[in-house]
Design a protein around this ligand. Structure first.
Ligand code: KIV
Length: 267
């Protein structure tokens, strides 16, 4: 990838109805490979708490952890857009959100991601007015795992579905540049994507979102699901590849050609 990928590029994908591929990364080596393979957005996700640090949730991840991995990814990046997750409680008040979003942007992020609906409207508006592109994460929001009670599909009943749809619209009006939908029925993700002008990114949200994202280790089979069933939305692209680079290329190609996610990967 030669030039830096911007929010405008994601808007253009939506206008042209073409898809874009995103992956998480936490280090320089894999982020360089995925940039070269055509991954347009790299998320330095707080999933690092689970897949790098070995915790059972994302809650222990600190700002210092996120900043460390963001700097590593930035060094390897070859022109992908870098989105940084705001860790648990790092945007619990507007003042915290200002300070922490500033630190992430100064360390090399091109945008920040926050989890939540109505309660992050004001924060989204304030950050966006100050030039920080915000991605709002709806559906299954892992930082709320203790309230949700488990990693379950969200938006299945009418009330929950209407709430998520309404929050997506309000977040767009508040200035969000991207909405990320995790583990929601494909029909709901389709309705949200077609109702909004801003691009959507999905994980376990069917094929109608403008972009797709996956945890990079899931995409290359670097996990052990021995004690639990593999989530439906995970696909190991190493199965038909000879190298990690090829697996990333295959992921990008399948996202762009609408081969991934299939109905089997969706709810
Ligand atoms: O932290 C993360 O990896 C994420 C993705 C699952 C979207 O938020």
């Amino acid at each position: 990838m030669s030039k830096s990928t911007t929010i405008e590029d994601f808007r253009n994908h939506k206008k042209k109805q073409t898809k874009f591929a995103c992956l998480t990364a936490y280090d320089a080596s894999l982020s360089a490979l995925m940039s070269k393979a055509g991954v347009e957005l790299i998320l330095v996700g707080d999933s690092l708490g689970m897949v790098v640090q070995g915790h059972d949730s994302t809650i222990p991840v600190s700002m210092e952890d996120l900043l460390y991995h963001l700097r590593c990814v930035k060094k390897g990046n070859l022109g992908s857009h870098i989105m940084a997750d705001m860790p648990f409680m790092s945007y619990a008040t507007e003042n915290l959100a200002y300070d922490n979003a500033m630190r992430l942007m100064q360390a090399g992020a091109n945008s920040v991601k926050v989890e939540g609906g109505e309660w992050i409207l004001k924060t989204t508006e304030l950050l966006s007015q100050r030039g920080i592109p915000v991605c709002a994460h709806l559906g299954l929001t892992p930082q709320s795992i203790n309230r949700l009670g488990g990693y379950y599909v969200q938006g299945r009943d009418l009330e929950d579905k209407n709430r998520i749809l309404s929050e997506a619209k309000q977040l767009e009006n508040a200035g969000a540049e991207i909405i990320l939908l995790e583990c929601v029925p494909a029909s709901l993700a389709e309705e949200i994507s077609s109702s909004l002008k801003i691009p959507t990114i999905g994980i376990g949200a069917g094929s109608a979102t403008d972009g797709q994202i996956m945890v990079c280790y899931d995409a290359i089979g670097a996990y052990s699901w021995d004690d639990q069933p593999q989530p439906k939305f995970v696909k190991n692209f190493m199965n038909e590849s000879n190298s990690i680079f090829e697996a990333f290329e295959k992921y990008v190609s399948e996202v762009k050609n609408l081969k991934f996610p299939s109905a089997d990967n969706s709810f």
